[in-house]
Design a protein around this ligand. Structure first.
Ligand SMILES: Nc1ccn([C@@H]2O[C@H](COP(=O)(O)OP(=O)(O)OP(=O)(O)O)[C@@H](O)[C@H]2O)c(=O)n1
Ligand SMILES: C[C@](O)(CO)[C@H](O)COP(=O)(O)O
Length: 227
């Protein structure tokens, strides 16, 4: 059984709007509608858990769940302070027979069916899989005074996206260890890497952007227009 955990419990501070960015509309539907639909329409996903802010539960139910009538049963978990805490709460709701879990940002609405299928297929064998794209810019590491300290070789640098996909036993063990060690990472792969697992990188898509700041909204609408 393949599960999806969609994390949508952030505050969207960098978007600087008075509404949680997942509920901003692109064209005529909310960002979170597109994200959930991608997994709801995928025939290899059997379970969907959406992690939302507890204080947005009524809003989510009336404006998303009850409005769009998704075909799969959508389980709800509550978010935590950090993205990792939200993921952890989602992991706790996984069905006992879930074997693979894809963890995906609610703010990445343009995930394609093909990438979801590729990730599931690759995870069966590689056990830990992420998607990303090679960086296009040269990346600099700067010091605390914002002077350039180092320039890693660009050919080794990828910008990682989601879904990040794992055998359930691996991600659960890694997360349990992270909380024992009070370790926090900015993505799920970091946690699995820390506990010694090799993570396979798959090419994602330059359209699989994370809606984070204002300009991502019009970029996102253009992506939708071209579909
Ligand atoms: N405590 C948190 C923080 C983030 N997220 C989710 O993780 C995804 C990626 O996080 P990000 O883009 O940083 O979202 P926010 O944390 O909401 O954005 P900001 O940092 O601008 O506040 C988003 O879909 C967000 O809703 C979450 O579920 N729980
Ligand atoms: C998980 C992620 O989308 C991979 O790029 C990213 O780390 C999320 O970071 P955020 O600060 O929670 O948006």
């Amino acid at each position: 059984m393949n599960s999806a955990i969609i994390v949508a419990a952030g505050k969207g501070k960098r978007m600087n709007k008075d509404i949680n960015k997942q509920y901003i509309k692109l064209m005529d539907k909310e960002i979170i509608y597109y994200t959930i639909s991608a997994f709801d329409n995928n025939t290899n996903i059997n379970e969907i858990i959406v992690v939302i802010s507890k204080d947005e539960e009524e809003y989510f139910k009336s404006n998303i769940l009850n409005k769009y009538k998704f075909s799969k049963n959508i389980k709800i978990a509550y978010g935590g302070k950090e993205r990792q805490d939200s993921v952890y709460n989602g992991l706790k709701l996984l069905s006992d027979n879930s074997e693979i879990v894809l963890i995906h940002d609610g703010a990445r609405p343009f995930i394609s069916d093909n990438i979801i299928n590729d990730v599931i297929r690759e995870t069966k064998d590689k056990k830990a899989v992420v998607v990303g794209v090679p960086v296009k810019d040269t990346i600099k590491i700067v010091d605390e005074n914002e002077y350039v300290k180092d320039t890693p070789h660009r050919n080794l640098l990828w910008s990682v996206q989601t879904p990040q996909s794992f055998h359930v036993n691996i991600i659960k063990e890694a997360y349990n260890n992270a909380y024992k060690d009070n370790y926090y990472g900015t993505d799920d792969s970091m946690i699995v890497e820390r506990y010694g697992y090799k993570v396979k990188m798959l090419f994602g898509s330059y359209e699989n952007i994370k809606i984070t700041t204002g300009e991502d909204l019009y970029i996102g609408e253009e992506i939708l227009r071209r579909r």
